[in-house]
Design a protein around this ligand. Structure first.
Ligand SMILES: O=c1ccn([C@@H]2O[C@H](COP(=O)(O)OP(=O)(O)O[C@H]3O[C@H](CO)[C@@H](O)[C@H](O)[C@H]3O)[C@@H](O)[C@H]2O)c(=O)[nH]1
Length: 320
């Protein structure tokens, strides 16, 4: 089997590539290196293609044919909520046009299986403690909208052509499976806090008056290696006869507050961490925790790691 991984030089994509290699699969990576690093590809073939360009469909089709690709895992996309609010049309181009070109090439070449990297951002701000896949999706920013549209595109392509698809809605991904693949962008809570501590600064808590046990926002933090395993399970699922176009949450089913995360980082680092409290960030739901019963039942996947392992691996990677 040859798997084409778009965005395979990125943080999450490179973890999936490494697991695929360990499974003995052949891999070809498509990445424009706008956020990825070629070093993460090792000796694997890496093709630099801008998925949004006018030539993309033909370029992707060439790669599919050259490498005998029979399945695709699609990560290549932009993922910053704030940036998506500032540059909405660019986000639609990056995330929707890019996927459209990929699906055209997939259809043209008869590739059978696609796994899509979606997001809990598709839900928006559901006012319930634990979010199942059937909760109505009401994204509140262009980023979340592009992910939901991506799910629709896959579902419709599946109906029209028989393409087999899985969309995985990631909750809060963090940690590192291998230090060389660690998240180098400090855009999310755990890397941001670690960065501030290494610079001798206090971490900042965005709001402590939410309706949660300690007043700070609760999220479902999932280890990037667990998340990567979910993609391998998704590919297996797409090989099974029973598979229908499907959406699965990928989380642990357990929430941690911002203060609990910062406390865990203090324990792992051995530092005396004193957080500063600032105003709440607009658009942050108080709590977002995954119902993981569907992915456990249908893919046989369950997170193996919890917050301590996530924080330990992230801390160890930055220390190198
Ligand atoms: O310095 C910081 C950074 C973050 N937070 C809080 O920490 C929590 C987590 O924030 P962040 O790591 O930015 O993640 P989310 O805003 O929950 O969004 C992430 O998780 C979503 C899915 O759940 C994805 O869609 C997004 O792309 C991804 O960034 C939120 O309550 C933030 O307000 C702080 O208090 N201080």
């Amino acid at each position: 089997m040859t798997v084409m991984v778009t965005g395979g030089a990125g943080y999450i994509g490179s973890h999936v590539v490494r697991l695929l290699e360990r499974c003995g699969d052949d891999v070809v990576i498509l990445d424009d290196l706008s956020n990825g690093f070629s070093s993460r590809a090792g000796r694997l073939p890496l093709v630099d293609i801008d998925l949004c360009s006018a030539e993309a469909q033909n370029q992707i089709a060439d790669v599919i044919q050259r490498y005998g690709v029979d399945s695709v895992i699609h990560f290549a996309a932009k993922k910053q909520v704030g940036e998506s609010v500032e540059r909405p049309l660019w986000y639609y181009r990056q995330n929707v046009t890019g996927l459209g070109n990929l699906l055209q090439a997939v259809g043209q070449c008869g590739v059978a299986k696609v796994v899509f990297s979606s997001s809990a951002a598709a839900y928006g701000m559901p006012d319930i403690p634990v979010v199942g896949e059937d909760v109505p999706c009401r994204p509140i920013n262009p980023y979340g909208e592009t992910k939901l549209i991506g799910e629709w595109m896959l579902r419709n392509a599946a109906r029209a052509t028989g393409l087999r698809t899985v969309s995985l809605r990631y909750f809060n991904v963090a940690g590192a499976g291998w230090p060389d693949l660690a998240d180098k962008a400090a855009l999310n809570l755990i890397p941001i806090v670690i960065n501030r501590l290494t610079e001798g600064k206090n971490p900042v808590v965005f709001g402590d008056t939410y309706d949660t046990p300690d007043g700070t926002c609760v999220r479902d933090y999932v280890h990037v290696v667990d998340l990567a395993e979910a993609h391998i399970k998704a590919l297996d699922f797409l090989d099974s006869d029973a598979c229908a176009p499907s959406v699965f949450n990928v989380g642990t089913g357990t929430g941690a507050s911002v203060l609990e995360v910062i406390d865990s980082i203090g324990q792992v680092s051995g530092l005396n961490v004193i957080p500063d409290i600032s105003a709440a960030r607009p658009g942050d739901p108080a709590q977002l925790v995954a119902d993981v019963s569907r992915i456990e039942a249908e893919l046989g996947w369950k997170a193996q790691y919890g917050l301590p392992e996530i924080v330990e691996s992230a801390w160890a990677a930055q220390a190198l």
